[in-house]
Design a protein around this ligand. Structure first.
Ligand code: GLC
Length: 421
């Protein structure tokens, strides 16, 4: 194994849709997982969240069932976020769930539950650490403006922190069975791969888990299996150095990764389905985040979004799993995904009566709505036909789909086109 060996992306690019979970003691503050940074909270003042963390309703089996019902095939959870708090029972720190009122390794139960539901699993592990005493201060540290703290902490030794980081990753990849994804986050401008010794880190990861996939956030692009656009959708398929690269967009349900009680920036289920479709149409995946609350539950708004996506996936997942982009140019307000001889037309904005498909005349054997397998009529008007009153003009190469006036009652209607050989 070397650092630049690559993982096999076959399952990843087939499955397309996963759940991201940001959970930690910041869920108690309930105002973003960066609350310690935003409010410049010191360790002593942040301690109250540690002391009171008691997720009495935590039931990872329920989470796993909701993820599965939403159509998600894999899940990635925060083993440690930037605040340094560990959900797992690390032997290398006391700053872990085991020592809170929760009193146990919350990752162990999570792994068992998600694996039990047949989902693949991954760990998000922050390489940034706002709690470790040897993590060298930088401009994104909560105490960045605290002169006395800065002065007292000039001698921090990255080598010690690095050993801690590597040691924890070793624990995560040794103690929990087969792990499918290692999701590191992230290298701030003041740090680099040298600080993490990314080459050695990746070599160790691949030695411990030969089939694992690794993301791209430790400033070591040679070793990344996939790249991770966050909070935006790329324009098209993604490339690195002129070569196509696998990608996974990560998106929030509202405006925060960690549970944020008062953030009302909820994306509609329709928008979320469109983001998923748009990703697959551009050869990407979607890792959609849920921030459970501090009692250990998904809040009702998150559950409602997941359930709505799940209902869409129940009827339309054929256009997602195993599907990817098409070279054909979709009509306005639509996306194409393709799987073998099936082309899927996802209609983002419902048109009046007709959808014109340029270049597909004679190339479609049959068309139907995916949600109910009802036929969609194909019209190939005579190319010499001029538009006249109620008669549509013809155009060489174009085939037209005749659709009902009312949009079918699905978030994003999909028309399945069976391509001629
Ligand atoms: C970021 C943030 C963060 C979140 C993550 C998800 O880089 O620091 O809080 O965990 O992205 O992709």
């Amino acid at each position: 194994m070397t650092a630049t060996d690559a993982g096999d992306l076959t399952w990843f690019q087939h499955d397309r849709f996963g759940m991201f979970i940001h959970w930690g003691i910041y869920a108690m503050a309930a105002r973003h997982e960066w609350v310690k940074y935003h409010e410049e909270i010191c360790d002593a003042d942040y301690q109250k969240y540690f002391d009171h963390f008691d997720p009495d309703l935590y039931d990872p089996g329920q989470w796993a069932r909701e993820a599965k019902a939403a159509g998600m095939k894999y899940a990635v959870i925060t083993s440690k976020h930037h605040d340094g708090f560990c959900l797992f029972d690390s032997k290398l720190t006391d700053y872990k769930a085991t020592n809170t009122p929760a009193g146990r390794d919350l990752i162990r139960e999570w792994v068992d539950a998600f694996r039990g539901e047949g989902l693949k699993i991954g760990f998000y592990h922050s390489v940034i650490d706002w709690h470790h005493p040897e993590y060298p201060l930088d401009p994104i540290h909560p105490q960045r403006n605290d002169a006395a703290f800065q002065e007292a902490n000039t001698g921090r030794d990255i080598a010690q922190y690095r050993a801690y980081l590597h040691g924890q990753v070793r624990e995560l990849l040794t103690n929990y069975g087969k792990i499918d994804i290692m999701w590191f986050d992230f290298t701030p401008p003041a740090k680099s791969h040298v600080d993490w010794d990314s080459a050695a880190l990746v070599t160790m990861v691949r030695e411990l888990q030969p089939d694992i996939l690794i993301n791209d956030r430790i400033d070591y692009p040679e070793a990344a299996d996939f790249v991770t656009p966050e909070q935006y959708q790329p324009k098209g398929a993604m490339e690195r150095n002129g070569r196509k690269v696998a990608w996974e967009g990560c998106q929030t349900l509202n405006g925060s990764w960690g549970y944020h009680r008062d953030n009302l920036n909820w994306k509609s289920p329709e928008m979320l389905v469109k983001v998923l479709v748009d990703s697959v149409a551009k050869d990407g995946n979607l890792l959609l985040n849920v921030g459970p609350n501090a009692r250990g539950e998904f809040e009702p708004r998150a559950q409602a979004s997941l359930a709505a996506i799940g209902e869409w996936m129940r009827l339309n997942s054929r256009a997602i799993y195993g599907a990817g982009p098409s070279d054909l140019l979709p009509p306005p307000d639509c996306r194409f995904t393709r799987r073998g001889d099936r082309l899927y037309l996802h209609v983002f904005s419902w048109p009046m009566r007709h959808i014109h498909l340029e270049g597909l005349a004679g190339k479609i054997k049959y068309a139907q709505f995916l949600h109910d397998a009802s036929e969609v009529k194909l019209i190939e008007a005579d190319p010499h036909q001029e538009a006249q009153n109620t008669t549509m003009g013809g155009e060489a190469g174009t085939v037209t789909l005749e659709v009902p006036i009312q949009q079918p009652d699905v978030l994003v209607p999909v028309i399945e086109l069976f391509l001629a050989d």
